[in-house]
Write a protein that binds this ligand. Structure first.
Ligand SMILES: Nc1ncnc2c1ncn2[C@@H]1O[C@H](COP(=O)(O)OP(=O)(O)OP(=O)(O)O)[C@@H](O)[C@H]1O
Length: 607
């Protein structure tokens, strides 16, 4: 999905469309301010050639001794000079405001598209991750880029007026802007060089950034410090950054040489043009006013060319932002069309969930981590999933939550393919807590409440969810109860232990009241045995209630067999396939892998 530099007329047309789309992205947030800003840019640009005319009129009237006309022309010179000098400040202010609005709106649009629209496997695709990383940087440059683009268009209009005026003085001067093509094409080539390198070094850049954020997050920072990894990580980061910087510098140096060559060609033509005008003046074919006008306008061409040359970079950049946006939003639409079932999600289960020949392979890998899996999760059952590290338990959980699409086979919800259901509607009737939960640094009410957005501020619902998660104890230790802000990024934030964070994450998963699938994927790793036991007792109580009310299924993944044995049905996964399943008693009497692992753990506890 990476866009190569698109060649040919169609590619250029698409580039123009993408650049215009980028402008629209900025202007749509406040069209009135956008139009006002554009008018300022155009009036600033056109004031240049008009200033030349006013100066020529002033010199002409002065030479002929017409004081009134000279005074009027002088006033025009002053007004146009003020416009030329000040318009830039106002446009920068207007585009600054537009930029802030566009950043917020575009970021929200991208988040909506990528969070709701794209599948997890798309988001894990390294190429897509590069596109998103570049786009996040680009969004902050949106207003500079669009302002630059409009200035380019204004300079084009300015050049047209300038050329007509020059042609009236000396027809040969009309060809002067042709010499501008040399720096123009040189500039384009130079930009492509730099942009290609930027894309090539992006994976390294991202790796360096990831290393930096890793060393700054409180969780990893502790482990890194204990393992004495800081210097090694800093060394690796330095290596990556130096490598990226060296390649970028090389590309920029080559680009600068290419641009200079283009400018030299134009410089020679400019010198020749001025010689022509002076020759006409010496021969007596024109007056002083014409010489002044020619000097001002020819200089205008030079300034215009330089501007077009530098602003062309913005124009290409705008096209690239638009193209990236098009590809990312296109990918989201493509995913939505593929996964975008429209079927309503069931509010209750009669039959249950069945996996039929389900296989799954992570993007960019060559091995199925789940292969040809058949499994039935009956309505109203409490199912435990066990297996060694890497057996595929979390992958299976994510397939059930609809976060990944199976590469083959189907997940059937009461006989209906999950792919046919509206993805968001299915997520609304699913709740899940994962081992790698997010530490939202909000007040506790929100940390828990956002598990069910419509009741995010409902204190009674948050308290009930915390009770279901066996986490009331966390609340009593906090000075302001549900209002306590947690996390250390803010001065008034309270830090929590790993287990306390995990209990809040569990509470968040318990917020939703009408789910038909409740998943706990090793959410108790940071809990002590007593807390885990309490949690599962509470969880089983609410799971039984939900099973009775609407046939809800509770699925949990755990490595603690004392917890696992509480389930109605235990499924043993090995290398992406189901190797055993049944009740605890059935599996123990079968004497297979489950029984031996259970005995091993029980012996460990006894000794
Ligand atoms: N995002 C990913 N990209 C590529 N491979 C992955 C990804 N996530 C998991 N895998 C691989 O898929 C296999 C199954 O992983 P999974 O996390 O489902 O196992 P698990 O049984 O939950 O393990 P654990 O008990 O350690 O949590 C592993 O070999 C793992 O390396």
């Amino acid at each position: 999905m990476t866009a190569a530099i698109e060649p040919g007329a169609e590619g250029r047309l698409q580039g123009l469309r993408d650049a215009l789309a980028t402008c629209w992205t900025l202007l749509r947030e406040d069209p009135a301010r956008g139009v006002g800003g554009a008018l300022m840019i155009f009036s600033g640009a056109i004031s240049g050639p008009l200033l030349g005319l006013a100066l020529a009129a002033l010199v002409g009237a002065g030479a002929e001794g017409r004081f009134g006309a000279a005074a009027l022309a002088g006033c025009w010179v002053a007004v146009l000079a003020v416009i030329q000098l000040t318009m830039g400040h106002f446009t920068t202010m207007v585009f600054g405001v537009l930029g802030e609005r566009a950043i917020l709106a575009t970021t929200a649009r991208l988040v909506r598209a990528t969070q709701d629209g794209t599948t997890l496997d798309r988001q894990e695709d390294p190429e897509f991750a590069d596109e998103m990383s570049l786009l996040r940087q680009d969004v902050f440059a949106l207003h500079y880029v669009v302002q630059g683009l409009l200035e380019t268009l204004a300079v084009v209009v300015q050049m047209l007026v300038t050329v007509v005026l020059l042609g009236r003085l000396q027809p040969l001067l009309m060809f002067l802007p042709l010499a501008a093509l040399a720096p123009y094409f040189a500039g384009r080539h130079a930009t492509e060089l730099v942009e290609r390198t930027r894309k090539e070094v992006e994976p390294e850049q991202r790796k360096a950034h990831d290393l930096l954020t890793l060393t700054q997050q409180p969780g990893p920072m502790m482990e890194i410090r204990l393992a004495g990894l800081s210097l090694e990580l800093a060394r690796r980061q330095g290596e990556l950054i130096n490598g990226v910087a060296a390649r970028t510098r090389r590309a920029e140096a080559v680009a600068a040489l290419v641009r200079t060559a283009g400018q030299v060609v134009f410089g020679a033509a400019y010198g020749l043009a001025l010689l022509l005008v002076v020759r006409d003046a010496v021969a007596g074919h024109s007056g002083a006013a014409d010489v002044v006008l020619a000097i001002v306008l020819a200089r205008q061409v030079a300034v215009g060319v330089t501007q077009i040359l530098s602003l062309t970079l913005d124009m290409q950049r705008a096209g690239k932002i638009g193209a990236r946006m098009r590809r990312v939003l296109g990918a989201a639409r493509e995913d939505a069309a593929m996964t975008g079932g429209t079927g309503a999600a069931p509010q209750a289960l009669r039959d249950g969930i069945r996996l039929e020949g389900v296989s799954f392979r992570y993007p960019g890998t060559t091995r199925d981590v789940v292969s040809g899996l058949d499994l039935a999760l009956p309505a109203g059952s409490v199912v435990a999933l066990v297996g060694e590290n890497g057996a595929g338990k979390s992958t299976l959980v994510k397939l059930l939550c609809g976060l990944y699409r199976p590469s083959a086979g189907r997940v059937l919800i009461d006989g209906r393919d999950l792919a046919e259901l509206d993805a968001q509607a299915w997520r609304d009737v699913t709740s899940a807590a994962f081992q790698d939960f997010v530490r939202f640094e909000f007040p506790v009410q929100q940390v828990v409440g956002i598990g069910d957005l419509p009741s995010a501020e409902d204190a009674a619902a948050a308290r009930r969810a915390l009770r279901d998660a066996g986490a009331e104890g966390v609340l009593t230790e906090l000075p302001d109860g549900l209002e306590t802000r947690i996390g250390t990024s803010f001065p008034d934030g309270r830090d929590l232990s790993g287990g306390q964070w995990q209990k809040l994450a569990l509470g968040r998963a318990m917020m939703r009241r009408s789910t038909v699938l409740m998943v706990l994927d090793e959410p108790t790793a940071a809990l002590d045995a007593q807390s885990e036991h309490l949690l599962f007792e509470r969880h089983l109580e609410s799971a039984r209630r939900a099973a009775e009310a609407r046939g809800a299924i509770a699925l949990f993944v755990s490595h603690r067999f004392s917890t696992v044995s509480m389930a109605d049905r235990i499924v043993v996964l090995d290398d992406g396939s189901v190797t055993e399943q049944g009740t605890h008693a059935e599996l123990m009497s079968a004497g297979g892998r489950y029984a031996s692992l259970f005995d091993l753990q029980a012996r460990g506890y006894r000794s």
